[in-house]
Design a protein around this ligand. Structure first.
Ligand code: ACO
Length: 329
């Protein structure tokens, strides 16, 4: 009897898309001042490393951004939409309650029949989605997946709350993940701790035709900061151990792009020189589930991440959720 060959998954193409309206800290500070909300470029840069973010026009949705990112990823992989047999979209800002943004993107791509669903794990969403797609490919349930992170966080920001509205932006990133006899994804791990639901949430909902509760983002920044620093180190070490690799084997670290201080702290704990840290938070702000695939695509297209490089992706966010994926690109 011949045993089936081991089946792995590998990223074969990346893509991303940003809305055209780029808003610098100075521009945002000026807009907020008109509401009586005081902030400054100096404060935002010093506390977060953010210089600018992109905001989508009112009529542009997460599925519009995700669709554009998906097209770029398909082109990079040399695939057409018809080749895809699974679509997963990580988002916390879907176009509508249902159908899912994944079904809307499938329709925009002009293909039909393959499974398509949204996955909601806030800023850990892309790492969650990649892990689910990898599992489905390994079991033979799919062969060529589109994994997308797409967000319009500007829709859920309270522009009267300076502690949160300066942090986030809109955008999308995508990868094509394909079955392979050589490992691409080496190991991954996901976690959640619902005891911390209150430190980062958008608690409103819709019922009886009305919005019930507050539909705008709330965050206890310091509580999130403290939790994030600890879990990002622990999960990276655990995933390295699972893959039989060491800190020094990491060529590139792509943590969730929320705050440069958390990202640099994580690199330091993993004893990685800062040159190995991919940073896009300066130009994108925190784009939640889109931040990791946006940063990955940026690093690939600027020639830093090359085929064969070992990359650690790390997500952390509302839920509280966190996770990591180690891969050979
Ligand atoms: N402009 C000017 N001043 C401000 C602003 C602002 N935009 N925001 C807050 N301040 C003031 C505060 O009022 C406070 O003033 P006070 O000392 O007079 O009271 C002072 O600045 C310091 O505020 P802190 O909250 O202590 O600032 P901190 O250094 O903690 O930075 C920040 C805040 C940037 C939010 C930080 O805590 C952080 O990055 N936390 C983690 C966020 C994160 O990682 N999120 C990831 C997940 S996101 C997701 O899942 C959706």
């Amino acid at each position: 009897m011949t045993l089936p060959l081991p089946r792995y998954s590998r990223i074969t193409g990346t893509g991303s898309f940003l809305p055209s309206r780029r808003v610098t800290n100075a521009q945002l500070a000026e807009e907020l001042a008109q509401r009586g909300v005081e902030t400054s470029d100096e404060w935002i840069v010093a506390r977060t490393g953010i210089h600018a973010r992109h905001f989508a026009a009112p009529e542009v949705t997460a599925s519009d951004l995700g669709f554009e990112a998906a097209k770029h990823a398909l082109e990079a992989a040399g695939r057409s939409a018809a080749d895809i047999d699974l679509i997963i979209v990580a988002t916390s800002t879907p176009d509508m309650i249902f159908p899912s943004s994944a079904c809307l993107i499938q329709q925009k791509l002009g293909v039909h029949g393959c499974p398509a669903f949204d996955l909601q794990a806030v800023c850990s969403g892309f790492v969650y989605a990649l892990t689910v797609a990898d599992s489905m490919i390994r079991t033979g349930a799919a062969s060529k997946a589109l994994v997308i992170g797409a967000e319009v966080f500007s829709r859920i920001l309270d522009f009267n709350d300076r502690t949160t509205c300066v942090l986030f932006g809109d955008g999308a990133g995508a990868v094509v993940l394909e079955a392979s006899d050589q490992p691409g994804l080496l190991a991954s791990e996901l976690h959640a701790d619902g005891r911390h639901v209150g430190i980062l949430c958008t608690p409103g909902t819709v019922a009886g035709g009305k919005v019930l509760g507050d539909p705008l983002l709330k965050m206890d920044g310091q509580a999130v900061f403290k939790l994030a620093v600890g879990v990002l180190e622990d999960v990276a070490r655990s995933v390295l151990a699972k893959a039989g690799r060491q800190d020094a084997d990491i060529d590139w670290l792509i943590p969730h792009q929320a705050n440069i201080r958390i990202m640099q702290g994580t690199a330091k704990k993993l004893k990685l020189p800062l040159e190995k840290l991919i940073v896009t938070v300066d130009e994108h702000g925190n784009t939640s589930a889109a931040s990791i695939p946006l940063a990955l695509d940026h690093a690939v297209r600027t020639g830093r991440i090359k085929q064969g490089d070992t990359v650690m992706l790390e997500g952390v966010g509302g839920g509280f959720t966190w996770g990591a994926v180690l891969l050979d690109f």
